[in-house]
Design a protein around this ligand. Structure first.
Ligand code: ACO
Length: 436
């Protein structure tokens, strides 16, 4: 971050002296006004619920241009990463800043592979959950519990610990998600098999049983790998900011990532892919494509509380570039599985067609986001709807941990402690109970 050649001046209409604040420029994107001294100079805070105009940190990992519909990981367009790289390369890029060469890739993949098993005792911890528990409830618990199993990598001030915990988290998330699934299905857990790719191994842990051999389908393997790449990081979104805020207290990485999992669960964030598929199934049950118009009227009626799930984004005011790539993957997977005429896919396309032409959506710049198609892909692969957000958490783990480690290494990092505009009662005295 470098000082811009202009400054910002804040003036007041009540005659208070104006204040000058430095402006910084990033590599690309909007400049920021440095308000850190504002309270000391004026006794005032800024007010920005929802962080609409607030940069909470500096970061060199992911850049989004919401108007252009552009997403870059470490400068590389998501379209190039999704078509030319795999998830392991993407993880290396996000964590260490550069795409690996052949040797570095083999070394990183080996390190991740060596950590795919989880402590055997995690099974007993998992058994404490009801079989019908939501996978995200289980994941929040399991990821937090990792800190009880891996004491030797919880010191955030030790760079080696930070690196090992990053590798452990990336390696163990697929195992944990698959265990949560197998537990709900009442099937035995399948141990990781380290000669498979990251996504191939996950497919096997999900769908193999001890009774039969499991052959990984390369189209589904590639589709899942793409889902992982597209969800790997997304700048300072709600769950990433949660991880940063949680980690800013100095807590261990497993606890901070568990906080991210909890945040991701919400339907306005990672839960949207599950909500989107449920929405498509509801419209299908109402009568499918013929009912799209009726459903859209509900969406546009502010009193109905109905939203078109998988549409709209806080940052993208254009087509989410990940949605385009996901639509491509959706076509490939449905063709491979002989589901090209899948009624939900047709329904999704019809909703998208109408929404892209409708004034309500056009005026508000509401476009499909990545979740609009990812649910259809996952459902076709055989992943249960309730597990969708767990898959998202698996993929986002690398982004969370890369952002957390970046924060800890930043000399300007402080505990995150927002302030408030207090609107409650002014000081008052407690009356004895009998007089209240
Ligand atoms: N359907 C209908 N109307 C919508 C939608 C939608 N999906 N999204 C936004 N709007 C409308 C709002 O009602 C509002 O209209 P108004 O100006 O007339 O009041 C306007 O568009 C702006 O919406 P906000 O809620 O202010 O936008 P915000 O940036 O706060 O919300 C969000 C972004 C939460 C993603 C929202 O678009 C939404 O709820 N989408 C559906 C859920 C979803 O798909 N989430 C996934 C996000 S991507 C991810 O996490 C991978």
């Amino acid at each position: 971050m470098k000082l811009a050649d202009n400054k910002a001046t804040l003036s007041f209409s009540n005659g208070k002296p104006s204040v000058e604040m430095p402006v910084y420029s990033g590599a690309v994107g909007p400049d920021v006004i440095d308000i850190r001294k504002l309270y000391a100079q004026t006794g005032m805070f800024t007010y920005d619920p929802g962080f609409l105009s607030t940069a909470a940190c500096q970061s060199a990992i992911t850049y989004i241009d919401g108007d252009k519909g552009e997403l870059l990981y470490r400068g590389y367009p998501i379209e190039q990463l999704a078509t030319s790289c795999d998830f392991m390369e993407t993880c290396h890029l996000l964590l260490y800043g550069e795409l690996p060469n052949v040797e570095q890739k083999a070394d990183f993949t080996k390190r991740v592979t060596m950590h795919t098993m989880v402590n055997e005792q995690m099974q007993f911890f998992l058994r404490g959950f009801r079989r019908d528990a939501h996978p995200m409830a289980i994941m929040t618990g399991l990821v937090g519990a990792l800190s009880a199993f891996y004491h030797d990598s919880t010191d955030i001030n030790n760079a080696e610990h930070r690196d090992i915990s990053a590798v452990r988290l990336i390696a163990k998330m697929p195992t944990l998600v698959a265990m949560a699934y197998k537990y709900s299905a009442g099937q035995p857990y399948i141990y990781p098999k380290n000669d498979l790719s990251y996504s191939g191994n996950f497919l096997r842990m999900m769908f193999a049983t001890p009774c039969e051999d499991y052959k990984v389908n390369p189209v589904l393997e590639r589709a899942l790998d793409r889902i992982f790449i597209l969800h790997a990081d997304h700048e300072q979104n709600a769950s990433t900011s949660t991880v940063r805020l949680c980690g800013s207290s100095g807590t261990n990485p497993f606890a901070a990532i568990a906080a991210g999992v909890a945040c991701l669960w919400g339907p306005a964030h990672g839960g949207a892919n599950e909500a989107c598929l449920n929405m498509l199934e509801e419209i299908q049950a109402m009568g499918g494509v013929a009912k799209v118009g009726e459903f859209m009227n509900q969406v546009k009626d502010k009193n109905s509380g109905v939203r078109l799930m998988g549409f709209g984004h806080r940052v993208y005011k254009n087509y989410d570039p990940r949605a385009k790539l996901m639509q491509e993957t959706c076509n490939e997977v449905l063709n491979e599985l002989g589901l090209a005429n899948d009624p939900l896919f047709k329904l999704a396309k019809e909703l998208e067609r109408i929404a892209l032409e409708d004034d309500y959506f056009v005026q508000r710049k509401l476009y499909p986001n990545v979740d609009f198609y990812s649910g259809i892909v996952q459902r076709a692969i055989g992943i249960p709807v309730k597990l969708f957000t767990g898959i998202f958490a698996l993929a986002r783990t690398v982004g969370w941990i890369a952002q957390l480690n970046e924060m800890i290494a930043d000399p300007e990092y402080k505990i995150g402690r927002p302030r408030q505009l207090f609107t409650g009662s002014v000081p008052r005295n407690v009356k004895p109970l009998a007089q209240r």
